[in-house]
Design a protein around this ligand. Sequence first.
Ligand code: PLP
Length: 373
Amino acid sequence: MAKKILLRTPLRAFKPYVAGKPIEEVRREYGLTGHIAKMASNENPLGTSPKALEAMRKAIEEVYLYPDDNAFYIRKKIAQTHQVAFENVFAANGSVEVLELAVQAFVEPGDGVVTSEHTFAIYMLAAMKIDAQLRMAPMIDGGYRYDLPAIGKLVDDRTKIVFLANPTNPTGTWFSGEEFDTFMAHVPEDVLVVYDSAYAEYCPYPDMPDPMKHYRQGRRILCLRTFSKAYGMAGIRVGYAIGPADIIHGLMTCRVAFNLNLVAQAGAMAALDDDEFVRRSREFNDRELAFLREGMKELDVIVPPSRANFLLVDTKKNAQWLFEELQKQGIIVRPMGGYGYPGAIRVNPWQREDNERFLSSLKRLLASDQGSL
Ligand SMILES: Cc1ncc(COP(=O)(O)O)c(C=O)c1O
């Protein structure tokens, strides 16, 4: 009799990542006919970099061909942009691929993975999938900000990887360059620090850390970037990592062949030249994030400071209830119960009319006697 194939042990109790719902699914589910504002997935309300879009339209003619498996040109261009060598660049099917591969390549079952509580779920999920020992430090400043010294204290001689997002998702809070330098001074040299700057283009401020400085000093740090946010390319999936050659080699070893598709490679090449679109995206985000924040000033909510393209809105209502009620009105946000904030939703600014609609709906719901926590 054939042997029954069982799911590996760590995967049996595993709940996969739940992404925000696509617009069409919400339309079907709620029978909505009007405009739907998707303010749930930190996407770019300005669309896609026009330069990238043009390059991708051309590239689509070529999809009968396999992409360049080595992603040579895009890796070379990233290397030039950051003034590093080709072998220090890994290009991926979104930065989530890098996160997963880092664990697959370098963490044995039982090894330590350290991060913060309430941070990007993929860090935790990647570690759980291989049965790593996951340690998460509590947050500070009301429970919305990384406690870097506490994260550092969780590192021991079994720790292989520390995951840090800066700014972090879903709170948008950040740590400074000074805080990070102190942290790095205490982390053992052989631990791989994965520094995820998915929202870096929204906060080019001098007090933010420079992870590349530590890389140049020879530290084992993997610096992650994505084209999903400020370049508006979430749907085509491109991210990348810069790090020591042996780490990049490890990621190359574990990746799926042809991981970066041909259209994505062409789009990312062109996007890297589109500083103008990134500038416009940042300006739009600054304005509309401030508008949303201002609109919630008088409400009974906590909105932690954010340097990303979203706000966490912590309320005294049940987040799932708020999410569903907003959805009935054609506004999609993310409920954050799964991240340990049972009363919080995460919202990213969209067009001004959508932001106004969100604010007035939220006000109405918060004033309702339903949906209490
Ligand atoms: C902190 C963080 N890292 C990575 C990602 C995923 O980026 P990508 O689309 O490049 O996989 C996100 C997306 O929301 C994020 O918030």
